[in-house]
Design a protein around this ligand. Structure first.
Ligand code: HEM
Length: 355
């Protein structure tokens, strides 16, 4: 298979955002390392709107291939870079990027008016509203529910699409839609009443986790004979469990503004769910964007196991107020992500050399 390098610069833009975001995450954890103005504060926006905000519209643009769509990840890229020297301009560009992503999803819904495209479009809408509120000066501890909804519905729509082979019943689709609506309602509520909104969002995240555990294709593929399919299913299954844990924390604790409990509730979903989904979806996404096969190696389980174990360490540190545990857990989360990046690049190169 021949590698296509056309989209590589945009992927590099996303990976650079991830690297800055990871470094700033460690600063936020208390690692006393060199920094510059605006870096630590940019962590959340860099992760959500910089890294994923470039990658997600790129993947959609590659699928639909209308020229204007490729401007969207570039606008988001310009946005995250601007965050360091002109934060207001950065926030505006990132908001424009989310508007562009919603427009791309609008095209998708018109072409394929199905539940999965509508769910993804609602995810993009949540991102746009969240970014607009953030641009207007709303604090991140409120805006963050919009960002969670963006990522959970984007991934949820993708899973709905891939699980269609199981022919979900109307009842299952209705239950999913109800939970997605509850998540949106919780997110809207959190903008006015943080405590109630956090609890309703938490309830919906817990419900969605149970829904995925029961209905997603992953549970059927856990014992699949193909090692890559089995690995993807194991990545997804673990992610669904972390999603439920995040929901339980938000449901139990309600409003959180900063500190270890805030860290635990956010990163069970952001690292446990979102990053595990990225580990699992990379073998599907990269072939689409780069025209490259991802060759499976059993060593992939090393970064997956490290991600889960280090996150357990981090969350235990958060809950027990043991700051050293939390710091090391966070650092090892990042070692797992770096290992994943390195092994994925290696596997793509090997896959492209294979006949
Ligand atoms: C991989 C390692 C990561 C580390 C070490 C890290 C670290 C942190 C820390 C220490 C905080 C502040 C929590 C507090 O107030 O005590 C934070 C907040 C946050 N993180 Fe992460 N994080 C990581 C991954 C992620 C990912 C993958 C995402 C999103 C996809 C994310 C999104 C956020 C957001 C949105 C906030 C809230 C920011 C704010 O309130 O200013 N993080 N992170």
């Amino acid at each position: 298979m021949k590698l296509q390098f056309r989209f590589l610069p945009i992927i590099v833009l996303a990976i650079l955002a991830l690297l800055f975001a990871m470094y700033s995450g460690l600063l936020r954890m208390g690692w006393n390392w060199p920094t510059f103005d605006n870096l630590a504060a940019a962590h959340g926006p860099l992760m959500v709107s910089g890294f994923l905000g470039v990658l997600i519209p790129l993947e959609r643009a590659v699928a639909i291939r209308q020229k204007w769509m490729f401007a969207v990840p570039l606008i988001a890229g310009a946005g995250w870079v601007s965050l360091f020297f002109a934060p207001a301009l950065g926030a505006s560009l990132l908001t424009l990027g989310s508007l562009g992503t919603l427009a791309i999803l609008g095209v998708m819904v018109r072409r394929e008016p199905h539940s999965h495209t509508i769910v993804m479009a609602l995810g993009a809408l949540a991102w746009l509203v969240g970014n607009s509120l953030w641009m207007l000066g709303f604090p991140i501890f409120q805006v963050v529910f919009w960002w969670i909804t963006f990522l959970v519905l984007t991934i949820g729509g993708e899973r709905l699409e891939l699980s269609r082979v199981l022919r979900p019943t109307l009842g299952q689709i209705r239950l999913f839609s109800l939970l997605a609506a509850a998540l949106l309602a919780g997110t809207i509520l959190a903008t006015f009443s943080l405590d109630l909104g956090s609890r309703l969002s938490g309830f919906a995240l817990l419900g969605l986790s149970l829904w995925f555990l029961r209905n997603d294709l992953a549970q059927r593929n856990l014992r699949h004979p193909n090692p890559l399919t089995r690995y993807i299913a194991i990545c997804l299954f673990g992610g669904f469990i972390w999603l439920g844990l995040s929901g339980s924390l938000f449901l139990y604790f309600g409003a959180l503004y900063a500190g270890p409990l805030y860290d635990a509730a956010l990163h069970t979903v952001f690292v446990g769910f979102v990053i595990a989904m990225i580990f699992g979806h990379a073998p599907i996404i990269f072939p689409a964007i780069l025209g490259a096969q991802v060759k499976f190696y059993p060593v992939f389980y090393v970064h997956l196991a490290l991600l889960h174990l280090s996150l357990i360490l981090r969350i235990l540190g958060d809950l027990a107020l043991r700051m050293e545990l939390r710091k090391w857990g966070g650092l090892l989360n990042e070692v797992a992500i770096l290992l994943f990046l390195g092994l994925t690049v290696y596997s793509i190169i090997k896959g492209s050399q294979a006949k």
